[in-house]
Ligand binder design. Structure first.
Ligand SMILES: Nc1ncnc2c1ncn2[C@@H]1O[C@H](COP(=O)(O)OP(=O)(O)OP(=O)(O)O)[C@@H](O)[C@H]1O
Ligand SMILES: [Mg+2]
Length: 252
């Protein structure tokens, strides 16, 4: 069942006449409520381009993106340094409240509705009064997630959302994203160059190479019985994942 998002044969060309560079060809995918689709592929394979098209920041050159649960505004995007989008001079609750106070004067009465999400992501009221530079990278990424949640999206596009975090902080943010999917039923497109990171969260994995879908299936199947040499190479290049797969194969 795909009740949230349907992407059909999307392509993307960059450049102008004569020098056209096709970076996505015929990419199709669907998402159901609360489902997480992992998108992996090497650098330049088109992951971010796909994410930005789904989020509505970039028009596709061909194909269609249908938001089946509430229109394009129902998509929020989290990127590697999402906090770059926060105003560095303002306490973070104000940047968050902009989401709910659209076109209205941002007074302190907008603070409390944001705090619900601030607390949900595990930050304190005092954290919300700090400026972005006064928070750690992990805390800033939590603010970005809280801000996205405040917009009540149906889909969250996470593009390398945990890539700049160290391993232990990365695990806590991945756990948070998993709770978000369960508690709010938000579907996600979780983009990472690291197939090991993707495997923690994704129900299904889509593998991109040169803008083409090499493989698309349930996470377990893609990891243990990859169809393409490209996917096998991605797994082989991720030693921690190889060890884990060998371990679980031995245990089975
Ligand atoms: N604005 C642009 N104009 C022209 N070409 C672009 C533009 N943005 C991206 N590209 C090209 O499109 C291709 C795909 O880029 P994209 O950023 O989607 O890859 P990616 O898979 O996200 O890579 P990474 O893992 O490094 O983030 C690359 O060849 C890139 O050079
Ligand atoms: Mg990218």
């Amino acid at each position: 069942m795909s009740d949230v998002l349907r992407v059909s044969k999307v392509s993307k060309d960059y450049g102008s006449r004569g020098r056209v560079h096709r970076v996505l060809s015929d990419v199709s995918l669907e998402l159901a409520r609360g489902e997480v689709l992992g998108v992996v592929g090497e650098s330049g394979s088109g992951k971010s381009t796909l994410g930005r098209i789904v989020a509505g920041f970039l028009p596709p050159s061909g194909g269609s993106v249908e938001h089946l649960a509430g229109g394009p505004r129902s998509v929020q995007m989290i990127v590697q340094e999402s906090a770059g989008a926060l105003n560095p001079r303002l306490p973070v609750w104000r940047s968050m409240a902009e989401v709910t106070a659209v076109n209205r004067r941002l007074t302190r009465r907008f603070r409390e509705p944001s705090m619900e999400y601030v607390r949900y992501v595990g930050l304190s009221d005092a954290d919300a009064d700090r400026r972005p530079t006064q928070l750690s990278g992990g805390q800033r990424q939590r603010v970005s997630i809280a801000r996205a949640l405040a917009a009540k999206p149906a889909v969250l596009v996470c593009d390398e959302a945990v890539s700049s975090l160290d391993v232990s902080v990365r695990a806590t943010v991945l756990n948070l994203l998993n709770r978000v999917r369960v508690d709010f039923g938000i579907a996600m497109i979780f983009i990472s160059h690291d197939i090991a990171v993707v495997s923690h969260l994704a129900d299904r994995v889509l593998v991109l190479s040169n803008g083409k879908v090499m493989e698309h299936g349930p996470t377990e199947q893609v990891l243990t019985r990859p169809e393409s040499d490209y996917t096998r190479a991605l797994i082989a290049a991720t030693p921690s994942l190889e060890r884990r797969l060998m371990h679980s194969a031995e245990g089975a």
